[in-house]
Design a binder for this molecule. Structure first.
Ligand SMILES: [Zn+2]
Length: 183
């Protein structure tokens, strides 16, 4: 997961660099992109947040399973003392050189599919992917030094007038493919 953090850091550095040379409209458009993922981005910058995320995810999954909101078992093993099924991160996870290596070692030894742990990892990677894609778009805008033809600010204004519920769809819009130049 260090690789994802490095990728995010390097995009942030690039954005800072290109911002200095870009014109205000491009900077504004890029800033809007960056702002939209600021909370998420902070999460990836903090030391130990991956481990905290895993712990929270497991607890929430256990709660949902107990409440009947989740039907799938947290792990497929037959062990009633399985840490995962109890909504806890197995101690073995922290014995590896990195958390992910610990997870891999645990999964090799564990008889179940450890489904909830895989789900948590997938979610983390997916969340990081959203941040990475959005920052990549912001960097492209700055490199091209012009805001995208369909600026998010205009879309937001229109959508708010129509229906608040469609706001989230904006996030799914494909990146403007105007500028993907190398360094
Ligand atoms: Zn298990």
């Amino acid at each position: 997961m260090q690789a994802l953090k490095r990728q995010i850091d390097s995009l942030s550095d690039g954005i800072m660099k290109f911002k200095q040379a870009a014109d205000p409209p491009a900077v504004d458009a890029a800033d809007r992109k960056v702002r939209s993922v600021r909370t998420e981005q902070t999460r990836f910058a903090i030391e130990g947040s991956y481990e905290r995320f895993l712990v929270q995810h497991l607890k929430a999954a256990k709660r949902d399973y107990t409440d009947g909101e989740r039907t799938e078992p947290l792990c497929s093993c037959a062990n009633p003392y399985c840490e995962l099924k109890r909504g806890r991160l197995p101690p073995e996870v922290f014995l590896g050189e990195s958390t992910d290596e610990g997870i891999r070692d645990f999964m090799i030894q564990h008889s179940g599919d450890g489904r909830v742990l895989n789900e948590a990892r997938d979610q983390w990677v997916e969340d990081a992917g959203v941040v990475i894609q959005t920052l990549t778009e912001a960097l492209s805008i700055l490199k091209a030094n012009e805001p995208p033809e369909t600026d998010d600010a205009e879309n937001e204004a229109e959508d708010e007038a129509e229906d608040d519920a469609v706001d989230s769809e904006l996030d799914d819009e494909p990146a403007p493919s105007t500028a993907t130049t190398g360094d």
